[in-house]
Design a protein around this ligand. Structure first.
Ligand code: HEC
Length: 115
């Protein structure tokens, strides 16, 4: 049965997931395949990183802490892990058109989107 606390939690969760789509604060730049980081993020990374599936650090406003912890090992190492894959994170997030620079831009986009 839904009590008040559960209801509040659910509306907070719904708010958190709907607010991400409205975020336009991030500067966009084209990747090597001609698409923008946001479009490639939506196509290749969003499925896991919007929900935190399989332990993926969540992307979107309010998720800065998840990224601060990861960035403690340095941006270069985080990008290297995204390129090579780490645990349940597949190499390059299965973006077969992405080169290493593209992955770096995508990671920067994800971190910037999570402030
Ligand atoms: C199949 C699900 C999935 C997809 C698709 C995916 N990721 Fe991930 N990602 C994960 C998981 C799970 C982790 C956490 C891995 C861990 O540290 O255990 C992760 C971690 C990361 C990290 C943190 C690495 C670190 O060193 O802490 C970065 C950066 C990242 N992903 C970038 C991306 C990018 C960029 C894309 C799209 C090109 C992408 N991911 C697509 C599941 C995914």
């Amino acid at each position: 049965m839904l009590n008040l606390k559960t209801g509040l939690f659910l509306s907070a969760a719904l708010f958190a997931s709907s607010s991400f789509a409205d975020t336009k604060a991030v500067e966009l730049s084209a990747l090597s395949n001609g698409t923008e980081a946001e479009a490639t993020y939506m196509a290749s990374c969003f499925a896991c990183h919007s929900t935190g599936a399989a332990g993926a650090p969540k992307v979107g406003p309010g998720n800065a802490d998840a990224w601060t912890a990861r960035l403690e090992k340095g941006m270069d190492q985080v990008v290297t892990n995204a390129i090579a894959g780490i645990n349940n994170m597949p190499p390059k997030g299965l973006c077969f058109t992405c080169n290493d620079d593209d992955i770096k831009q995508l990671v920067e986009y994800m971190v910037d989107s999570s402030k």
